[in-house]
Design a protein around this ligand. Structure first.
Ligand code: SF4
Length: 684
């Protein structure tokens, strides 16, 4: 250590989709400081607590050090050769016996683009299955569905700069100050300095709601009605952008007619929002020249997540808020590379670059490049794979960097399903809850120990560099996947992640011209990219992503949410905490952050606390139809009435939110309705 030099390396934060980049100062494995740079394209000189101080887990003693194989129900350390032979033989055995469609592949949304590309290539080229997915199924798949229906691309329509420069920002169902802090900082600055208007629609009076010019708190699950009523009121008053609609949008008349039922009076009855507040929102939209709408899991993790996302896009279309600076739709990505994992093909119905699996020209191109015959039947996604394990269709899984046993809905059910698998490979940084069910556990590097690229929420492709050598015997995911492919008889020969990117760029029009040399240092590219190196700061300037270049207004029907009943009279919502990342298996292993926020809690409104005689710090039992947990109460006016709130991350596996959640899903995206959770509580 004494002889080691101080090294400065550019990297990208792995804690959320903002994609902050910075210079990391290290001495050996010791992280000295994180220094954001003025050249950092997404964040400039800002970071949040996680990007700055959230790296302790990298040197945690809990990290996996060597491969493990389960023998006689005990995990024993083995050599890499033995583990890789065992993994390859297990996949081959299952494929020979039941066919390639009996295996499910899950890419990590924290892994690099190149790693997502390779795991989907393994599924398609070697096992002839489209059963490959990533974490977007648990969060933003409904937003993607809503945008595909209306404007054609699933990605954010513009850039973080557009959010900053917009005259009006509307945030629906997103806790931006805690989940995407650097974007929140820019909104706060624009609100204060540039007179940017801010509207927040949420169940909880979070920090952005407290700062907003207008905060609306509709009844749970009624956002679609509220947004459609705002849209109708704008059109009724002739405030819609007629020129934009005439030149660029299809089926306006039919769509407007479908809004007949979304009157102010009906909206007031269903959403609980006073009709004057709805008029106020519509008037604010009418008074500005540009508007961005941001949303996250408060919208998507509902049984109507895709439809509400569609309603947001419809509202932007009728007001002409696409294709110009300062406008657009922004479904904020949670995992740092959930966008990239989807972009690079870890999806059951799309090849890399969003080329449909039934597009004959795309299939022909990939078959030629990969010298194989590709499957054209849609694959299974990583939520329905659970019922397909129960139905005996899925017999094996290869899970990379996803804590399915804690993040999937209804933990008890998922654990039973994982137990039933005939073969399970888990590739991860820690011995996760999911790893308990594995036959083989492969230890992988963290982002600081490898090279690659990520895509942030604004479609920005950025490079990461190797900051330090791999911990113990860990290896980069791309090398592990390649070594298994070779053992299965495929002569993959990628010397570095750059070779993988070159192949992906040659096969995907949206990544034309992407190369590591163009991404050197803090340089970045936003897809769709072009051969000459040009990027797309915002989408839809010259038309929407449909053959006729015109957007589609999509007709929607309101479906009431899954509500409380007599046995479960309260509504439990959940979301992120500033300090922790998702299930928390990295941040709870980072001492400074863990000490600041050591465990989960249940937020209770003052009126409910009075009714149940609960004080802050009391233990409470929370019970749903699917399970029960014990948790400490926090009495706060951030929530009101019969609504409760819990962070999604817990320090221990016996009080995680998903012990309570159900397998109910949005039928259009298969995303679990984590936020529609009727419960009851009891003071302990
Ligand atoms: Fe990391 Fe997101 Fe914080 Fe940026 S805002 S430092 S990407 S967690």
């Amino acid at each position: 250590m004494r002889n080691e030099q101080i090294k400065k390396t550019k990297t990208v934060c792995t804690y959320c989709g903002v994609g902050c980049s910075f210079t990391m100062w290290t001495k050996g494995r010791k992280i000295l400081k994180v220094q954001p740079e003025i050249e950092s394209p997404a964040n400039g000189i800002s970071t949040c607590i996680k990007g700055k101080f959230g790296w302790g887990f990298v040197n945690s003693d809990d990290r996996l050090k060597r491969p493990l194989i389960r023998k006689n129900n005990k995990f024993v350390e083995v050599s890499w050769d033995e583990a890789l032979d065992f993994a390859a033989a297990g996949l081959k055995r299952i494929s020979d016996k039941y066919g390639g469609d009996s295996i499910m592949f899950i890419a990590s949304s924290k892994g690099t683009n190149e790693e997502a590309y390779l795991i989907q290539k393994m599924a398609r080229q070697i096992f002839k299955t489209n059963n490959v997915d990533n974490s977007s199924r648990f969060c933003q798949a409904p937003a993607t569905t809503g945008l595909w229906r209306t404007v054609g691309y699933g990605g954010d329509a513009g850039s973080i700069d557009d959010i900053y420069n917009s005259e009006l920002v509307m945030i629906v169902g997103a806790n931006t100050a805690e989940s995407h802090p650097v974007i929140a900082t820019r909104i706060k600055r624009a609100h204060k300095l540039n007179n940017q208007r801010l509207i927040v629609i949420d169940l909880r009076r979070n920090e952005m709601a407290q700062r907003a010019d207008l905060f609306l708190h509709p009844r749970p699950g009624t956002d679609l009605f509220l947004l459609s009523a705002i849209t109708k009121y704008i059109i009724d008053n002739n405030w819609h952008d007629k020129k934009f609609i005439e030149e660029r949008v299809n089926n306006f008349d039919e769509y407007y007619k479908s809004l007949d039922n979304f009157t102010l009076e009906n909206a007031e009855k269903i959403t609980g929002i006073d009709k004057n507040e709805i008029i106020k929102v519509a008037s604010m939209i009418h008074s500005v020249k540009s508007m961005c709408i941001l949303w996250a899991m408060g919208v998507t993790q509902h049984s109507a997540g895709s439809d509400v996302s569609t309603a947001i896009s419809n509202l932007l279309l009728i007001t002409g808020n696409y294709g110009r600076p300062g406008t657009g739709a922004y479904p904020l990505r949670g995992h740092n590379n959930v966008q990239g994992a989807s972009d690079f093909g870890a999806m059951p119905t799309y090849l890399p670059g969003y080329q449909p699996i039934n597009d004959k020209n795309a299939i022909k191109k990939f078959e030629k490049a990969w010298n194989t015959k590709l499957p054209m039947n849609p694959g299974i996604d990583n939520v329905s794979c659970i019922e397909n394990i129960d139905n005996d269709k899925i017999k094996a899984m290869y899970i990379i960097g996803q804590e399915l046993a804690e993040t999937g809905p209804d933990t008890n059910m998922i654990n039973k399903s994982l137990e039933k698998l005939e073969f399970l490979i888990v590739q991860d940084v820690f011995f996760s809850e999911t790893a308990r069910y594995a036959n083989v556990v492969l230890p992988s590097c963290v982002s600081l120990e490898k090279e690659g690229t990520y895509v942030n929420t604004e479609r920005r492709i950025q490079r990461i560099y190797k900051v330090m050598e791999p911990y113990a015997e860990t290896r980069p995911d791309w090398e592990i996947i390649q070594d298994i492919a070779r053992r299965l008889g495929y002569n993959w020969n990628y010397k570095s992640p750059s070779d993988i990117m070159d192949e992906a760029a040659s096969l995907c029009p949206i990544f034309s011209g992407v190369s590591y040399s163009r991404l050197e240092g803090f340089n970045s590219m936003q897809w769709p990219t072009y051969e000459n190196g040009d990027s797309s700061k915002y989408l839809y300037k010259d038309g929407f992503n449909f053959p006729d270049g015109r957007a589609r207004l999509y007709i929607l029907k309101y479906r009431p949410p899954i509500m409380e009943d007599d046995d479960y009279p309260l509504h439990l919502n959940n979301g992120r905490m500033l300090e922790h990342f998702h299930e928390g298996n990295e941040t709870f292993k980072t001492p400074g952050i863990r000490d600041k926020a050591p465990d989960t809690f249940l937020e209770i409104s003052p009126e409910l606390a009075d009714e149940y005689n609960i004080k802050t710090g009391d233990f409470v039992r929370v019970t749903s139809r699917y399970g029960s947990i014990k948790v400490r109460a926090l009495v706060t006016d951030r929530v009101k009435g019969k609504e409760l709130y819990m962070p999604m991350n817990a320090a221990s596996s016996d009080n995680g939110i998903n012990l309570l959640t159900s397998y109910n899903r949005d039928p259009d995206s298969d995303t679990p309705a984590y936020k529609e959770l009727p419960v009851r509580i009891k003071k302990l």
